[in-house]
Design a protein around this ligand. Structure first.
Ligand code: ZN
Ligand code: ZN
Length: 297
């Protein structure tokens, strides 16, 4: 992706969303809600500086046992990052999610204040504990769910940049888990790709992608195929919800093998929201926060 500008990236995202809007007019509310935000996130990620001096220390044994590469503090953003991210993304979110405008403005105002408690808590926010989140939400008079969602959106470009730089160190190492080898979060999306149909999972937080056994549930690791079901509609059979009756969770996925069109992975999950809705109606839970949550609220 080197050489492309930040506005190229935003355009790429907007075009992908436009294509999906034509194919799936029933999801136009989702696309409208996330279009500006997704374009801003991608544009912002592109201009974030590379931090090539950073060395990642990996213990191959611990990594093999499932300890992700980066820790909580690696995703702690500084205040100037947050301020910049808020300037770009809060207006996009206000446009996309008008029903939470007031809440978003509270956070925006808080970020303009020079309050040391606030600065300290905001810095741990995206990966903080529930108690830290509740405390901050109460202080800001915000709903804690909305605060969490918003902070996550603000930090995503930073997390993706961190993952991009860190991923180089992982090339030669093997990873057998259903959660992300870089940050430890659950996947938001799966892909089947290539002649042998390798299965890739895409992280819901840092956007890193890794390969995973095709026959296993990424969440509970069962490989009992009787416990798993592929759910799809006949017209769009390359798009599935992979349901697991063992842990009652699901993952949406796309089989890219017979697909002529390019799938833009940053926003592909938005076009699968119809499957999220169906899976959740059947009683299955998403592992990561899905777009359904906010768009329906
Ligand atoms: Zn991750
Ligand atoms: Zn499972």
């Amino acid at each position: 992706m080197t050489g492309s500008t930040s506005s190229d990236q935003a355009t790429r995202i907007r075009r992908a969303i436009d294509r999906m809007r034509k194919e799936l007019p029933q999801l136009s509310e989702i696309f409208d809600a996330f279009e500006d935000l997704s374009a801003e996130q991608e544009a912002f990620r592109t201009i974030l500086p590379n931090n090539n001096e950073k060395e990642y220390v990996i213990d191959p044994g611990q990594f093999r046992d499932g300890l992700p590469l980066l820790r909580k503090e690696d995703f702690t953003v500084d205040f100037s990052y947050l301020r910049q991210a808020a300037d770009r993304m809060i207006p996009a979110m206000i446009k996309g999610f008008p029903s939470i405008q007031q809440q978003l403005e509270l956070l925006d105002k808080a970020l303009r204040r020079n309050d040391s408690f606030l600065l300290k808590s905001l810095a741990v926010m995206p990966v903080g504990t529930d108690t830290e989140l509740e405390t901050l939400a109460a202080r800001l008079q915000m709903d804690s769910g909305i605060l969490k969602f918003t902070m996550l959106q603000l930090v995503k470009p930073f997390a993706a940049k961190q993952a991009e730089m860190a991923a180089v160190s992982l090339d030669a190492l093997s990873w057998q888990k259903g959660y992300c080898p870089v940050c430890g979060s659950w996947p938001e999306l799966g892909f089947l790709e290539g002649k042998e149909g390798r299965r890739w999972l895409r992280c819901s937080f840092c956007s890193h992608e890794w390969t995973f056994m095709r026959t296993k549930c990424p969440f509970c690791e069962t490989d009992d195929h009787e416990k798993m079901e592929l759910y799809f509609s006949e017209e769009r059979s390359h798009e599935r919800a992979e349901l697991c009756y063992q842990c009652m969770r699901y993952l949406v996925s796309i089989d890219l093998r017979d697909l002529a069109d390019d799938v833009v992975r940053e926003v592909a999950s938005l076009g699968l929201v119809y499957l999220d809705i169906l899976a959740q109606e059947k009683g299955f839970s998403p592992a990561s926060m899905s777009a359904t949550l906010l768009a329906s609220g």
